[in-house]
Design a protein. Structure first.
Lengths: 108, 113
């Protein structure tokens, strides 16, 4: 079992739908990151959180430390949201462990 | 600011050749790291540095060397390239570690024949 598991692996939705991507991890962590990788390959940090909830525009990230689970939500999805979303966790301050990503496709 | 830059963007090597992937950042970040990304696998840490003169191994360090002589630069050296090192390589940096926002370079796509 991988230390970081993401679901679903692939997700296709219609424009405007509410999107949820899940990340579960197996050990205690100090921080969790959500990253976005566009088809061109570049990786951008969306959120870093260690508790509670963060919001930026149409994106919301939540984390439940007791359940070792985080979710990334996208409201009013748009084709430009099509990308791979990656979850990563840290147990100290030196190393990140990454999930394999969720490929999201938003159809107009 | 240019952020994190990587060169080259693409490289083809023959087995046994050596080369250096360059990574530089202009944000005065202490923490820098190298990852490889392979199909169906998450990003994997190769080497990292918490400051100039300090480097350490990650999850998959074999076949790679690093040095950090300045805050800005963190080159990754492939000593004797092997087909198993065919991958996309990303450099990242942050102010003080992985409990901080990570900034990624654009990546280098390496093919070893």
């Amino acid at each position: 079992k991988n230390e970081v598991e993401q679901s679903p692996q692939n997700l296709t939705a219609q424009e405007g739908e509410f999107i949820t991507i899940n990340c579960s991890y197996s050990v205690g962590i100090s921080a969790l990151h959500w990253l976005q990788q566009h088809p061109g390959g570049g990786i951008v940090s969306l959120f870093m959180l260690s508790s509670g909830k963060k919001k930026h525009g149409r994106l919301i990230a939540t984390i439940n430390i007791q359940e070792k689970h985080s979710s990334l939500h996208i409201t009013a999805s748009h084709p430009r949201d099509s990308a791979v979303y990656i979850c990563a966790v840290s147990r100290g301050n030196e190393k990140l462990t990454f999930g394999t990503g969720t490929r999201l496709t938003i159809i107009p | 600011n240019a952020g994190v830059t990587q060169t080259p963007k693409f490289q083809v090597l023959k087995t046994g050749q050596s080369m250096t992937l360059q990574c530089a950042q202009d944000m005065n970040h202490e923490y820098m790291s190298w990852y490889r990304q392979d199909p169906g696998m998450g990003l994997r840490l190769i080497h990292y540095s918490v400051g100039a003169g300090i480097t350490d191994q990650g999850e998959v360090p074999n076949g790679y060397n690093v040095s950090r002589s300045t805050t800005e630069d963190f080159p990754l050296r492939l000593l004797s390239a092997a087909p198993s090192q065919t991958s996309v390589y990303f450099c990242a940096s942050s102010n003080w570690g992985v409990q901080d926002t990570q900034y990624f370079g654009p990546g280098t796509r390496l093919t070893v024949l």
